[in-house]
Ligand binder design. Structure first.
Ligand code: ZN
Length: 283
């Protein structure tokens, strides 16, 4: 990897570290690894584009607060890279006037999974509340206590009968460009790879790409071998090919869906992981 001068910004959040990767291109990199996710926001001069929300609603609050503080703008668009809840749980934190852009596959999968997702959250909420309330009494670290209190508020909110997740409402079926007066971002439609309809955000000139969950800092064979496998991609071949394709492009900074900022080496590792555990097996 080239010697990159990535500026970590002075921003107070218990959930993420904030970086300015290039003028107006910001990445919020989760303070912990899985299951927390990464996000970004882009100041295009006249538009403020948010790329993904974060699992924790209070992390999304921090993301919106950071975007206001550093760009002096309100969000113009929110993009959901894919339908997994850890990336769109924060949708409901955005005003209804802010369009939420996703692929049609993301919207349809969101809809088919919505009831199951809500049932799952409501199902664990009571147990989690009990566990957190027990643990909070033993905790001494102020940030941990704050985080636990936020979790309590979140689970209480989930248990309210009116609790809803906001769906994407600006639906696209192809790649597109948001052309701002100062910068532009390419939103590339990958199709089925990690999810049935993945989107990534690419800054060609600045050599930066936000890969969503097409890229993880760490992959783990136990995802495949466990009795309840996670991260089974609908199209491992396209996922692998996309990783190779973007590895070969003139890009310096890769933002994964989970984990720290990545170099080309991690894309190679991810590609080999899908080759080994998902592609070879089925051929
Ligand atoms: Zn995902």
């Amino acid at each position: 990897m080239k010697n990159l001068d990535i500026k970590k910004l002075d921003f107070e959040s218990i959930y993420f570290d904030l970086y300015e990767l290039n003028t107006g291109i910001y990445a919020a990199i989760t303070a912990e690894k899985l299951p927390s996710s990464n996000a970004g926001f882009f100041d295009l001069g006249n538009y403020l584009v948010i790329f993904d929300t974060m699992m924790d609603p209070y992390a999304t609050d921090d993301l919106i607060r950071a975007s206001k503080e550093f760009t002096k703008k309100d969000p113009s668009f929110l993009i959901n890279s894919h339908y997994h809840t850890d990336h769109l749980f924060g949708n409901r934190k955005f005003p209804i006037e802010t369009p939420i852009i996703s692929s049609s596959e993301t919207l349809s999968t969101f809809r088919t999974n919505l009831e199951e997702t809500l049932t799952r959250y409501k199902g664990i909420a009571t147990r989690e509340l009990k566990r957190i309330k027990e643990e909070i009494n033993k905790e001494t670290e102020p940030n941990k206590i704050l985080e636990m209190n936020n979790d309590i508020k979140t689970y209480n909110e989930i248990l309210e009968p009116t609790f809803e997740l906001r769906a994407p409402d600006f639906i696209i079926n192809d790649s597109f460009i948001i052309e701002g007066i100062e910068n532009k971002v390419l939103i590339n439609f990958i199709g089925a790879a990690h999810s049935p309809g993945d989107l990534i955000a690419y800054f060609e000139k600045e050599k930066i790409v936000f890969m969503g969950d097409l890229l993880f800092e760490e992959t783990d064979p136990s995802w495949v071998t466990s009795t309840n496998p996670v991260h089974v991609p609908p199209n491992p071949q396209r996922l692998r090919d996309t990783l190779i394709d973007y590895m070969e492009k003139d890009i310096d900074i890769y933002i994964p869906g989970h984990g720290r900022i990545c170099s080309k080496k991690i894309l190679q590792e991810n590609a080999e992981f899908y080759e080994e555990y998902f592609i070879k097996k089925t051929n």
